[in-house]
Design a protein around this ligand. Structure first.
Ligand code: AHR
Length: 521
């Protein structure tokens, strides 16, 4: 059909949660050791795990470190540019054999351990107190995942007591001793395990076995700290696992966690030409899963008469081609322009689904399948950094509002095909909008996902007194002639954002494969 975009500022979906712009740090590759700490900690002999052959492990110069010894550049980008509000830690698969007591206390007494999820060894140089210290400097809300693989309920309770205890009890006192301060860490958000359904997981379980155990854990955890927000372990949002776990946990948790990655290549690399479609339209399948989750959540709430809303924590999402970012290279993936469009699609999904998605964590925040790549003396921003930056800056803080889009559709292959088959074809134009208050203004994000076709003179109508014709708008556009273009050390700004002020006539051209963000209507 003929493309058009209608925006309805009075049709509110929900306030956009600040936590939609959250991140994730896992003890994997060079995320923690290299991204958060310098790759060679001075306090403890240390060999990086999963070393990347191309990296030089030279000590990080002093001026690149904060007084606490953290990488300053990474911290500043997350805090001052992206305003990352929350970070999930310590995994990921890693958490399923992580014992938190190995990572507290004097550095020289910490135990080195074999690392089971990704291989290599864990020095435990970075543990709970370091994570909290980093969060405080970075102005980030900590979100900790519990070990439901090799970990026990006793250990989990001790960890929560260590972080949040204010009484005269053993673990609260141990924290005081280690930190030299009375104040608790005050960790509000706790996840009940990671991907316990997966056969790669240490401690994989069936849905019902997990649900029974998680229910017991949730009960006990609320006894030790009734103020925590508990997040149950879901799968992708639409599976039998999700359904069973929600039915069992709906009255015991506040949120349900789900994960999906888009951009998987063909494992034999024979069909790479299909990558564009698979990657760019991929987030549509995740949106469909969110809608199914919403149904599963409400079904469970009705059955158990649970009045409080249960929200989704999409606490791992992103673009990851497992044939590129592998355990051998520490999941290091260089992203191209195509991947940036996929990232914009992901963020559109979260804005549109803002009434049910309360947390979204990009996987991951640094070096590991990440928008940021760090070297010994600096960092560069990958292509996927820029949509995250634009959405964090312009789509945060307001109210998500309804849009109606008429658009031609994409007939090629997207992933996962079985979801696309049920939900129908993906539209080329992918749109979300936010209403900001005081003064009222609308921000619109439009991704024209068509690889080859620009859409000319598309009517953009904003209801309720917002006059598109008369207003001068700030426009931020991402476009590159080559969808395979990448940023790198040699050309860190090849893919970036072009910003300008212009008058929209109410009819607008959206270039082929582009993201356009219009602000201040
Ligand atoms: O982010 C990389 C991995 O992807 C995480 O460790 C795991 O939870 C998921 O499978």
């Amino acid at each position: 059909g003929v493309p058009s975009i209608d925006i309805f500022p009075t049709a509110h979906i929900s306030p956009v949660s600040n936590f939609l712009f959250s991140g994730f740090l896992e003890h994997l590759g060079q995320c923690i050791y290299g991204g958060i700490l310098p790759s060679t900690p001075t306090t403890f002999p240390y060999a990086p795990r999963n070393p990347c052959p191309q990296d030089q492990f030279t000590p990080t110069p002093e001026h690149l470190l904060t007084p606490e010894g953290f990488r300053k550049d990474v911290l500043e980008v997350l805090r001052d540019e992206l305003g990352t509000p929350m970070v999930r830690w310590p995994g990921g698969n890693y958490v399923s054999s992580y014992h938190w007591e190995d990572g507290v206390g004097p550095q020289e007494e910490r135990r080195r351990r074999p690392e089971l999820a990704w291989g290599g060894e864990e020095s435990n140089v970075f543990g709970t107190d370091e994570f909290i210290a980093w969060c405080r400097v970075a102005k980030i809300e900590p979100y900790i995942i519990l070990n439901m693989g090799t970990g026990t309920l006793r250990e989990a309770l001790n960890w929560i007591e260590y972080c949040n205890g204010t009484g005269d009890t053993h673990y609260a006192n141990l924290r005081r001793k280690h930190t030299g301060r009375d104040a608790p860490h005050n960790v509000r958000y706790w996840g009940l395990g990671n991907e316990v359904w997966g056969d790669w997981q240490v401690g994989q379980q069936t849905a019902s076995a997990y649900a029974t155990k998680a229910r017991q854990w949730a009960h006990a955890i609320k006894l030790i700290d009734p103020t925590v927000v508990l997040i149950g372990c879901g799968e992708t949002g639409l599976t039998e696992w999700d359904s069973v776990v929600l039915d069992e946990l709906v009255d015991k948790v506040e949120m349900h966690s789900i994960h999906t990655y888009t951009g998987f290549g063909d494992r034999d690399r024979t069909q790479v030409e299909k990558e564009y479609g698979r990657s760019v339209y991929g987030p549509d399948a995740a949106e469909y899963a969110i809608e199914i989750s919403r149904g599963l959540i409400n079904k469970a709430r009705v059955a158990k008469k649970v009045q409080k809303p249960i929200k989704l924590a999409f606490d791992e999402y992103g673009v990851w081609d497992e044939t590129v970012g592998t355990p051998e290279n520490g999941l290091r993936q260089i992203y191209n322009f195509t991947d940036a469009l996929a990232m914009a699609g992901w963020l559109n999904v979260f804005i549109r689904q803002a009434d049910i998605v309360d947390i979204a964590c990009i996987a991951q925040s640094v070096n590991v399948i990440s928008p940021l790549i760090v070297g010994p003396t600096g960092l560069f921003r990958q292509t996927i950094y820029w949509p995250l930056y634009l959405f964090s800056k312009y789509m945060r803080g307001g109210t998500s509002i309804r849009t109606a889009v008429a658009s031609p559709t994409f007939a090629g292959e997207t992933l996962p095909t079985w979801i696309s088959t049920v939900k129908g074809l993906s539209a080329h134009l992918d749109v979300s909008a936010v209403l900001h208050a005081n003064p009222d203004r609308v921000c619109i994000a439009v991704v024209n996902r068509a690889e080859k076709d620009a859409f000319v003179a598309v009517p953009v109508r904003i209801g309720h007194g917002f006059d598109v014709d008369e207003t001068e708008v700030e426009v931020h556009e991402m476009w590159h002639a080559d969808v395979k273009a990448v940023n790198g050390w040699d050309d860190p700004d090849k893919v970036k954002v072009a910003s300008r002020r212009e008058k929209w006539t109410g009819q607008r051209t959206f270039r082929e494969h582009s993201l356009t963000l219009g602000d201040k209507f």
